[in-house]
Design a protein around this ligand. Structure first.
Ligand SMILES: [Zn+2]
Length: 247
């Protein structure tokens, strides 16, 4: 961890379903000073989390929406906390619908988690991190998340269609982590972005850096990087499992 900065570790970035060869779904580890946040818990990501963090040290979990590719591995943390570590009351911040969705996986949450519902315009502080939330253009209640620490800002779009913009968080975010599920000539549903749209939105928001993520697993990621980079105006980064970057 570089002092005074945000650290982002990609734990999973496959769009909508797990890719071959270790392609876990959406999940990130965010460190802000001494604060550790598990941001989204897509399928396959809990195994990767344990390679990058001591799970007993988590300060909170943030889940952006109830689709399984963003939330289902919270089940694993529950099992380890409740029956392994004996830990309870870990704060979990989610929009409405996530707790109910996950309840079908668990007989009894017990006191493992301290659930907090968040929605559009909400803000909270977790240790040394300040978080803000914005409702995106995606069917279940879904929030994009800004994490700020020591004058550095990271914005994660979660999943969104084109009717939402990261501009809501104000210009000049240091790193925009944006979904880019499709390529522009093959947008299969309007509840996600193409790489071109991700680049255009990052440019409109005056983001300093753009990392694209949540690519549909069967598409060519290099073509997506080229498409997003052309729209953004300079080279974008491509999320990959275990990639660590500083904001
Ligand atoms: Zn998704």
């Amino acid at each position: 961890m570089v002092n005074g900065r945000l650290e982002l570790t990609v734990l999973g970035c496959s769009g909508s379903y797990g890719a071959p060869a270790g392609g876990a779904c959406s999940s990130y580890l965010v460190r802000a000073g001494g604060t550790t946040i598990w941001l989204d818990c897509g399928n396959g990501s809990f195994a990767n989390l344990q390679q990058h963090a001591n799970v007993a040290d988590l300060d909170a979990v943030v889940i952006t929406h109830a689709h399984p590719d963003h939330c289902v591995d919270l089940y694993g943390l529950h099992v380890l906390y409740r029956y392994g570590l004996g830990r309870d009351c870990l704060p979990v911040f989610t929009p409405e619908g996530v707790e109910k969705q996950l309840a079908s996986l668990v007989d009894n949450w017990g006191d493992t988690f301290d659930w907090h519902t968040v929605g559009d315009g909400d803000a909270t502080t977790i240790g040394e991190a300040q978080l803000r939330f914005s409702r995106t253009d995606h069917p279940p209640p879904t929030v994009a998340v800004e994490v700020a620490h020591a004058n550095h800002r990271l914005v994660y779009t979660s999943d969104t269609g084109p009717e939402w913009s990261p501009e809501v968080f104000g210009p000049g975010v240091d790193l925009l982590l944006s979904e880019a599920t499709y390529q522009h000539d093959d947008i299969r549903t309007p509840i996600h972005l193409s790489a071109r749209q991700a680049g255009e939105k990052a440019r409109a928001a005056k983001a300093k850096e753009l990392m694209i993520t949540h690519l549909w697993p069967s598409i060519d990621p290099i073509a997506s990087v080229e498409e997003a980079s052309e729209a953004f105006g300079r080279l974008v980064m491509l999320a990959a499992p275990h990639l660590v970057t500083h904001v």
